[in-house]
Design a protein around this ligand. Structure first.
Ligand SMILES: Cc1ncc(COP(=O)(O)O)c(C=O)c1O
Length: 368
């Protein structure tokens, strides 16, 4: 840190130590942005119209986004108080962690997983406990259950997992839930749920009745293409969600965001049709990479994970030089969002060269 970077006021040391939030790199005009798991389809006309119709922004929005909550409650067969809307599911994660964990408390999650988790836990003043992913890049739920102590207040489960794309199965999830204390908050982060095609995958919402300590997090950012408007939701018990409401910054969900989400629910068949296109593109890209000789996990989300290891930074640079902005997590691997068809074709021309350049024993190479 240079002299001018030193804060002149007393700040929390654990906050100063946090790396500043790094967004997926912006893409040059002629490059493809495959670094933030965004939806490459343009917003739907009906959704744009709903946002444009929301003009009374001299007034504050409805603080609890009741109209949207009612729609979501009907969709999931729950009471509207069992739905809590936030400015993105990352805001809900922050609220729930703050509600349950403070200094001296522990929050368990699998690692590597969503890059926001460590920072959110640190901001709450709590301590992260990271349980390594299994060799197949999925969560090791028995190890996560074994990591629970009397200081654990939250366990975060990410399915499909960002950035590896692996799911938690329903069987694994049930076994975990019956093994953990019933007064321990379990957050099931389902940001990519709409992209799941594996019938064995856990689906959180039907399980809420059986597990009052479970909160399911969903978002309109990915499958519904509303990342820039910031709207996500939590499903769970009223008492737990009330605690999240208490830690929330009030009035964060704008009227435009609510209107877009409501219009998106009305347009769900078309939007899920687009998801189907992205899923087919994901699976085709995975197959093509495998044929090139890549050893990469099958993904149930809208991204793929290239385990490039020590070669991560160099490979990401090669991709960037070709006009593909991806998300490197050195020294583990590269997350590539499923984007435009043209972007995927371009990706495959570059990955063919990258895999050839990796040493024969590299983990990213198929051994069969
Ligand atoms: C696993 C996971 N959870 C939550 C989020 C947050 O999404 P948002 O705040 O846009 O709803 C993301 C975004 O990348 C994510 O990957």
């Amino acid at each position: 840190m240079s002299q001018s970077d030193q804060p002149s006021v007393r700040l929390r040391p654990e906050i100063i130590a946090l790396p500043a939030y790094k967004q997926g790199k912006p893409a040059q005009a002629d490059a493809f942005k495959l670094s933030s798991n965004e939806n490459p389809f343009d917003p739907m006309p009906g959704v744009i119209a709903a946002v444009q119709a929301e003009t009374a922004f001299n007034r504050y929005p409805d603080a609890s986004a009741l109209a949207l909550r009612e729609q979501l409650a009907a969709k999931f067969g729950v009471d509207s108080e069992q739905v809590h809307v936030g400015s993105g599911s990352v805001a809900l994660l922050a609220q729930l962690i703050l509600a349950a964990a403070g200094p001296g408390d522990e929050v368990i999650y699998s690692w590597r997983s969503f890059e926001a988790y460590p920072g959110l836990v640190a901001v709450a003043g709590a301590t992260s406990v990271r349980v390594p992913n299994r060799a197949d890049h999925g969560h090791d739920l028995p190890a996560m259950a074994a990591a629970i102590t009397d200081r654990t207040r939250v366990v975060i489960i990410c399915s499909p997992n960002n950035p590896t794309g692996a799911i938690v199965t329903a069987d694994e999830f049930h076994a975990f839930m019956v093994a953990v204390p019933t007064d321990l908050l379990v957050l099931l982060d389902e940001a990519y749920a709409e992209f799941v095609t594996d019938a064995d995958a856990v689906g959180g919402s039907p399980l809420l009745v059986g597990y009052p300590n479970l909160v399911v997090l969903r978002t309109f950012s990915k499958a519904y293409g509303l990342a820039g408007l910031r709207v996500g939701y939590a499903l769970g018990s009223v008492a737990v969600l009330n605690a999240a409401r208490s830690t929330a910054i009030p009035l964060s969900v704008t009227g435009q965001a609510s209107a877009a989400a409501i219009a998106s629910l009305a347009a769900e068949p078309e939007l899920l049709g687009r998801v189907g296109v992205l899923v087919a593109r994901r699976d085709a890209t995975w197959r093509a990479l495998t044929l090139q000789g890549w050893n990469l996990p099958a993904s149930q989300a809208n991204f793929l994970w290239l385990p490039t290891g020590d070669e991560t930074a160099a490979a990401a640079e090669t991709l960037a030089d070709a006009g593909l902005i991806v998300r490197p997590f050195a020294p583990e691997g590269i997350r590539v969002s499923i984007g435009e068809d043209e972007a995927m074709q371009k990706l495959l021309t570059v990955t063919a060269d990258i895999i050839e350049s990796l040493p024969p024993e590299h983990v990213a190479r198929r051994k069969d």
